[in-house]
Design a protein around this ligand. Sequence first.
Ligand SMILES: [Zn+2]
Length: 287
Amino acid sequence: MSQDVMHPPPEDAEARRAIEPVICYPNQTLRAAPLDLYRAARASAQETGRLRIPAREAGCFTLSAGSFFRISCPEGSQVGDLNLFSARNLDEHFFSGKTRALHGSHVSVGDRLWSCLPYLRPMATVVDDSLAWYGVDTHGGRVHDVIGTRCDPYTHHLLQGVDYHQTCHSNLTRALATHLGKPLAEVEGLVHDVLNVFMCTGFTQDTGQYFMKASPARQGDYIEFFAEIDLLGVLSVCPGGDCGQEHSSDAATCWPLEVSIHAPAAGMLDGWYSPAPNRYARRHAPS
Ligand SMILES: [Zn+2]
């Protein structure tokens, strides 16, 4: 934060700074995820599909509401950038910013991944996280970030003046174009801010800048989600590898990521229903 000599602190500056914060979005009114139900269903589940995504590439996967997907590091520490769409309507996609506002800067077990306006419903729920033990470190770092947007070739060109074509934004664009059978330019606008799985990030205390540090993920670590609606997922294997040094280049060691899909046995989700889109009436005017 820079100090402006034209605007020295007022006499009561410290008193103003000492005001207690309040949570912007108290979330106690959100219906808690029925984790016991999900866990029982998961215990009955059979694997129905598996996708291994090579380093610096992205891949697409689909699954039905009521099934599970696990993202894992099969070989080494690796960050992934996840996009989610409603499989029935690509206009409805993951809303990183509102997920952050509702749950915090990083997600773990019990947190939901919310869809964009005007839908704003849970798309997926985190049901298991082998890195849940990490918590917060002495730098303020946490894992599974919904702060960062995704590495992209435009910011890289802005800062470095060179083109790099395997940023997560481009990887997601290529994979989505292939999956949908459409040109790159047509699908690029569908790519949205991500959930950075396995990424360890925070903000510096002094400058408030976004930082990353080497992911604590190791071979075998995973995060697992319950699909609340029918989903199309797109996952990029970030060129930053464990994001311990730099991204948007071929410099970092990268490992593949794996996605596995698991369907529960019949009857295990009795009483559960897929959430409806948000019920706000959309009048946008008081009368
Ligand atoms: Zn990336």
